[in-house]
Structures are given as C-alpha cells and as structure tokens.
Design a protein around this ligand. Structure first.
Ligand SMILES: Cc1cc2nc3c(=O)[nH]c(=O)nc-3n(C[C@H](O)[C@H](O)[C@H](O)COP(=O)(O)OP(=O)(O)OC[C@H]3O[C@@H](n4cnc5c(N)ncnc54)[C@H](O)[C@@H]3O)c2cc1C
Length: 496
C-alpha cells in the first residue's frame, strides 16, 4: 500500500502511544447543561505554541489545562520540519558574530519593516532562553551550522529520526507536560469565549463528546489554535480568490478559530493578507522545492508554456503558480543531466516514489508531455525556443527571463516532468498581540484575560521571515502569555 506524506506524518503522533492513548475520533453531538471546570490558565490548541504555553504556565504554579479539538495534536506543527530560529542559546556559543540586535535588524528588514518592532524585540531577547528551556525539558537539539546571512547559524533542529521535526518537538513537550501534571483534553473544541459585563474574558465554552463544557480561567485564556490557511472562505476573503486554489501544505484543521473566537470580543486583526507559501505535489504531498532550484530545466503550466522565472525563490514561486496558472498546476521539465547536481533528479524520483507519486517520464519531449497531461505541441515549441536561446547566450532575454548564469539546454533524455502546485504553509495574520501576548482591541487596549500565540497571533510576521521563526514565535509568545496569565491568576486570588 502506498503511504503519502500526510499518512507518514500522522503516524508520527499516533506513534507517541500511551501519552495520547484513549483519544477517540468519534464526536457525538453534545447535549445537556454545560459542566464547569475552573483553572488558572486555559490554553486552547495543542500545537507547539499551546504546549509551550501550558508547560510554562504549570511551571509558574498555575493550575493549567490544554484543550484540543481533534483526537490528537493535529495542527501544522505536526507537518513542520521543526527548525527553530534563535540567537544566544547554549547551542550558539561559538557564534559571537551574531547578536540580538543583528537578529532584530534582519527580522525587521525581511518583514519590510512591517513587523511590530516591540514584538520582534521580545523574540530576539527571549528565543535563546526558550531553546535552552526546551533542551532542559528533554528536547535534543543540534545547531544547523553555516547558514548564509541573514540566517547565521540561527536554527536549531531536533533530529526527527523517522518522524517530522515538528512531531518530535511535540512528543518531547507531551512527555514534559505529563511530568508537570498538565492534562490535554482531546475532542474538546472551543466555540465561544465566556466574558463578564466588562468584556473581560473569563473562560471558554467547548463542545466535548460528553456535552458542552465551560472552562473557567482565573488568569486567562491563551489562544493557540493556529491560523486560517485551511479555511478556503477566509483565505479568499483576506488574501484573494486566487489564493483559495493553494493546496494546504500543513494541517487541514487549521480553520481560523483564532479569528472567530477573538472577534467575539472585538479583537483587532492585523496582517491578514500575509502568508507563507511553498510548492507541493498535488497528490502525495511531496515537496519538489530542491529540484526546482537545482539550476536545471524549465517550469511550465499544463499549457506547455513558461510563466515564471525559474530562479525565483520558493515563496514567490509558489504564489505565482496559483496566481498565473488557471488550475494551480505546473511542472518542472528536467532532463537526465540534472543528476549532475548531486543526483538531485534520482533522489527526487526516489523520494516521490516512497510517497506514492510516480513522476511522468518520456524519451522525447512529446512523450513526457503526454505522460504528464501537458500540451505536447506547445511544450515542444517552448523547448525549441529555450534551447535556441541557451545556445545563442540569450536565455535572459526570454519572456519570462531565464536567469541562471549557466543555463543547460534540454537535450538529454529521458525527460521527467516533476509536478509543482502552489501550497499554503501558514498564515501570518491574526488578532494583534502586545509585548505580553495580550490580544488588543480596536483601540489597541489589551482585552483582559485574552492572550494569543503562535500562528493564532498577529503582529510578529509580515512578508518573509528568518527560517524557523514561526515555531520560534509560538515558543516565545506562548511562554510570555503563560507567565502573564499565571501572574494574573495569582493576583486575582490575592485580591479575594
Ligand atoms: C510543511 C511545513 C513545514 C514547516 N516548517 C517550519 C519550520 O521548520 N520552522 C518554522 O518555524 N515553521 C515551520 N512551518 C510553520 C509552522 O509549522 C507553523 O507556523 C507552526 O507549527 C504553528 O504552530 P501553532 O502551535 O501555532 O499551531 P498548530 O501547530 O497548527 O496547532 C494548533 C492546534 O489547535 C487546534 N485547534 C484549532 N482550533 C481549535 C479549537 N477551536 N479548539 C481546540 N483546539 C483547536 C488544532 O487542532 C491544532 O492541534 C512549517 C509549515 C509547513 C506547512
């Protein structure tokens, strides 16, 4: 039986065994009166941000619960590679060339200076400590050395050992939560924020298999439900109809509950048209990116024509596939000679095969076009024009320009057409948070008792990011929110 990437990733969390045993999928209709349970801190969404928040809150002495709508942690973290960007962690001691200031400056620059500098500063100041904290709680890390600027060896990663890096992070955190006595309530979907007459958030109403349940929070509710990338209507509304064609690269359950819940108390939503994209195969959910940037071949739509400069990086290219082709479908046409680049072609074909995708192949351009369902006459014409331009040293004059310094004519079969659709990785917008991870309202005032972190929160990211700083944002602001909410719970008890 073929296993696709989604199945493999799911297996990872199911494989965490006893920690999530008993988490059933079937969810009967709730009935009866809501049952109340009271905590200091209620965290909604068991992804990386939620688990960091719940662990930190418990360690600050708060009675904490973590609520998850699915039968297991099933958000985007499970699908992620697990890179986390930081500066100043114990793993980065040999990199005195880097600094919090440099990190801050790079992140602001990559965002086009749209990120909230106050949030970026908190990130730069706290991420290193967050990595050390995770390591102290049993997450093994190594530093990815010699990344080019502006990354500067800023990513740590936990070796997945057969599972995704993100799943590995969750497994380690689940073990730590278990030790700290924090329970995860599965099949518990937050549907409504409970607020008092002053519109202070006091808890959350959930649907559970046993019926509706009220979770009261003395210190606060922390939303870590992820973004809205898998909610087609929201993507069309906030980003554009073309973007709704993007294939979801992560979890199909990340459906914008951060927006639905926070909007109940008039949270300000920011950066709503911003998201991170990447290429993906339409079936099998494999990542064709390495091959797309190997310096060989041309990228064409199903009409057999080029539509994007092959040199574009993965984010703009993934967006262009969805924007410029009618069906969000394209192919990299590659000849056998692409293997001169570290066997990139054979490796891709082998990797795709493992994920259940057979790459269309042909001894001639017409043959491979027919195998891929691409217009063979148009493709042959495109290749003829491309080869002539390469030989004349005029590839950069093609429309769109072909900008590799050493272009290779497509003359060595067999040829392959590796599929690449545009994929949605994660949205960057959401309820705006302040430096304490408190969600703010339209007047930029914190809404008492409501916090957000990770992909559920807005303000930290815009346009582009330092690789690894989405998970990093969840870690940093999950912990910040937890500390604030735990202190608020303590203060409310002292006041009584
Ligand atoms: C292929 C891929 C690779 C990536 N690699 C990286 C990387 O290496 N480094 C990096 O920094 N970023 C990476 N990212 C982005 C990163 O994975 C996400 O930004 C991050 O995982 C979001 O984490 P989170 O905890 O905020 O949300 P999630 O992990 O999405 O978790 C949210 C959880 O909330 C639950 N939930 C939702 N609604 C409710 C509700 N109403 N009630 C209760 N529970 C609810 C969901 O079921 C889910 O379990 C990658 C993304 C993709 C798609």
């Amino acid at each position: 039986m073929n296993q696709n990437r989604r199945d493999l990733l799911k297996g990872t969390i199911i494989g965490s065994g006893a920690l999530i045993a008993g988490a059933a999928h079937a969810k009967p209709e709730p009935k009866g009166k809501p049952k109340p349970e009271t905590y200091d801190v209620v965290v909604v969404g068991a992804g990386f941000a939620g688990m960091c928040a719940a662990l930190e809150a418990a360690e600050k002495g708060a009675k904490t619960v973590l609520l998850e709508k699915m039968g297991r942690p099933d958000g985007t973290t499970v699908y992620s590679s697990g890179w986390i960007a930081a500066v100043g962690s114990r793993f980065q001691k040999n990199h005195p060339e880097d600094s919090k200031e440099a990190f801050f400056n790079d992140m602001m620059k990559l965002s086009g200076y749209h990120s909230d500098p106050e949030l970026v500063k908190v990130y730069a100041d706290e991420a290193g400590d967050g990595i050390d904290w995770l390591a102290d709680h049993g997450t093994p890390f190594f530093l990815w050395e010699n990344l080019p600027a502006p990354e500067l060896s800023r990513c740590v990663i936990s070796p997945g050992e057969g599972i995704s890096g993100g799943s590995k992070l969750l497994r380690c955190l689940m073990a730590a939560l278990d030790k700290a006595g924090v329970k995860i309530h599965y099949n518990t979907k937050a549907v409504h924020l409970i607020k008092n007459d002053k519109w202070e958030v006091e808890g959350v109403e959930c649907l559970t298999p046993e019926g509706p349940k009220h979770y009261r929070a003395k210190g606060g509710v922390i939303l870590t439900t992820g973004g809205y990338g898998a909610n087609e209507a929201m993507v069309a509304q906030y980003i554009g109809a073309w973007a709704a064609k993007l294939i979801v690269r992560g979890s199909p359950w990340i459906t914008g509950e951060n927006l639905l819940l926070a909007s109940e108390v008039h949270a300000k939503l920011v950066n709503m048209d911003q998201f991170y994209a990447g290429p993906i195969t339409p079936t099998g959910h494999a990542n064709p990116s390495p091959l797309m940037h190997a310096g060989y071949g041309i990228q064409v739509g199903t009409n057999g024509k080029r539509f994007v400069p092959e040199t574009w990086l993965q984010v703009p290219k993934a967006k262009a596939i969805a924007e410029r082709t009618p069906d969000n479908r394209s192919f990299m046409l590659i000849g056998q000679d692409a293997d001169a680049n570290d066997n990139i072609l054979s490796n891709t074909i082998e990797r795709f095969g493992r994920l259940g995708y057979k790459v269309p192949k042909g001894d001639t351009i017409e043959e491979v076009a027919k195998a891929a369902g691409v217009d063979p006459v148009a493709l042959a014409e495109t290749v003829k024009e491309f080869n002539a331009a390469v030989k004349a040293g005029k590839a950069k004059e093609l429309d769109p320009p072909y900008e590799y310094e050493t272009p290779h004519a497509l003359e060595t079969g067999p040829y392959y057409m590796v599929p690449a659709a545009g994929g949605m990785a994660s949205t960057m917008g959401g309820p705006k948070i302040d430096k304490d991870a408190r969600v703010v309202n339209f007047e930029m005032k914190p809404i008492p008792g409501l916090y957000a972190a990770g992909a559920a929160a807005g303000g930290l990211w815009y346009q582009d990011d330092i690789g690894g700083n989405q998970l990093g944002g969840g870690m940093v602001f999950g912990r910040v929110a937890a500390r604030h909410a735990a202190a608020r719970a303590k203060a409310s008890k002292a006041a009584k």
